[in-house]
Write a protein that binds this ligand. Structure first.
Ligand code: GLA
Length: 389
């Protein structure tokens, strides 16, 4: 609500009238299930309390105008553009995210001109899905201005697919469905167990505090982007491997068929396949652990996920490895990088009483290596996207 208030106040101050409404969407961490979404597999995210809010009012001239409130309290205004003129490549930089959503919604017969003012407390490039939170909040705002709710047809899962199209085809980042679905569909106090292929989603209760635990988030401040080649290359490798194996997606390689599948692949593709197949399996085991109520047993699964992302998928970087190692050495039960990698954040499952020790150990490890001071906070499963007022 704080971000919604900030967006509304900035809107009123700069536009001279109150917004029609304010909508907001959260960032996420993914408990486990990384680089499985575009392989038709399983993910297990929860929404963070950090949000991006969009204060919005309709415009009668068909123009999309977007401004964002900086930490310094100043508005940065993107060049206004007619919604009718939107096409991939027409808008670059951060403004491509809201513009891409307006482009998709225009094709869906929804968007007209709008005045948007954005405020949020999700750091960009931290692997916590700030770009998807922005896109989801813009989607809800534009739908809302058209008198529609995300729960109308095609529903939140449908809005997530629109946002993916904006991201893939307008922004040019070949990402999957994890982040938008998390932002739109997560609910407080739960993780979302999503089967990406079928779209079947289950809210699984997740109350770390009741077990004397917390999910510590470490934003390493090593920023990343998924519009450059690393992410796309991994994705292309997975698709090539699935083609060679004659399956629709790597989801279709069963764990007990993994050794045989690896034998049939060139060496360069084997680690990618090993990661995806074992990671899907780890998600299913994590859900079993949660259902059985033994949260501490998640620890080894998280750490195994990190090793697989580091050694097989090769999307980790020094900062992420340092944070994971320091957290584990200081008493975390498990730790892993989250999101696409190449920078970003780590989560660690930490006994509440060890919070200070683990944070201190991570800060010390970064200081020793001359790395930037990381930002830490406790990740509490929070509400998904919606209208604030
Ligand atoms: C990024 C993408 C997601 C997903 C993750 C890795 O966050 O946006 O679709 O692929 O990386 O799990």
């Amino acid at each position: 609500m704080i971000q919604a208030r900030r967006a509304a106040d900035a809107f009123s101050a700069s536009r001279g009238s109150a917004p029609h409404g304010v909508w907001s969407a959260p960032g996420r961490v993914n408990l486990i299930g990384e680089h499985t979404d575009y392989n038709d597999g399983f993910v297990l995210p929860f929404a963070l309390p950090h949000r991006i809010a969009v204060a919005a009012a309709p415009r009668s001239d068909g123009v999309l105008s977007v401004a964002t409130l900086g930490d310094d309290g100043r508005l940065r205004q993107a060049a206004p553009i007619a919604v009718a003129d939107l096409e991939p490549g027409a808008v670059t930089g951060w403004a491509a995210y809201p513009a891409g959503v307006a482009w998709v919604l225009r094709d869906e017969g929804v968007a007209a001109g709008a005045d948007l003012v954005v405020a949020g407390d999700l750091p960009a490039g931290a692997g916590l899905s700030s770009s998807h939170a922005l896109e989801c909040a813009v989607a809800l705002a534009l739908l809302g201005l058209a008198g529609r709710s995300p729960d109308d047809e095609p529903g939140r899962a449908g809005v997530a697919r629109w946002v993916r199209r904006a991201e893939n085809d307008f922004v040019g980042a070949p990402t999957g469905l994890l982040d938008q679905t998390a932002s739109l569909c997560c609910v407080e106090a739960h993780v979302l167990f999503l089967d990406v292929r079928s779209g079947k989603a289950e809210q699984v209760p997740f109350d770390a505090a009741a077990h004397g635990l917390e999910v510590l988030v470490v934003d390493t401040r090593s920023s990343h982007s998924h519009t450059d080649g690393g992410y796309g290359a991994r994705r292309a490798g997975c698709e090539e491997a699935a083609g060679l194996l004659g399956v629709p997606a790597l989801r279709d390689v069963p764990p007990d068929g993994l050794a045989d599948a690896l034998d049939r692949l060139p060496g360069r593709l084997r680690p990618l396949v090993r990661h995806v197949v074992t990671e899907d399996e780890r998600v299913l085991r994590a859900v079993e652990v949660l259902r059985a109520g033994g949260l501490a047993d998640l620890g080894p699964l998280l750490t195994a996920s990190h090793a697989s992302l580091r050694d097989d998928y090769r999307v980790s970087v020094e900062e992420l490895d340092v944070a994971v190692a320091a957290a584990l050495a200081a008493g975390a039960l498990g730790a892993r990088m989250v999101g696409g990698g190449f920078g970003g954040s780590v989560i660690a499952l930490v006994p509440v009483e060890a919070h200070g020790t683990v944070v201190r150990a991570v800060l010390d490890a970064f200081a020793e290596r001359g790395l930037p001071v990381p930002r830490t906070f406790t990740g509490v499963p929070s509400a998904g996207a919606g209208r604030d007022f």
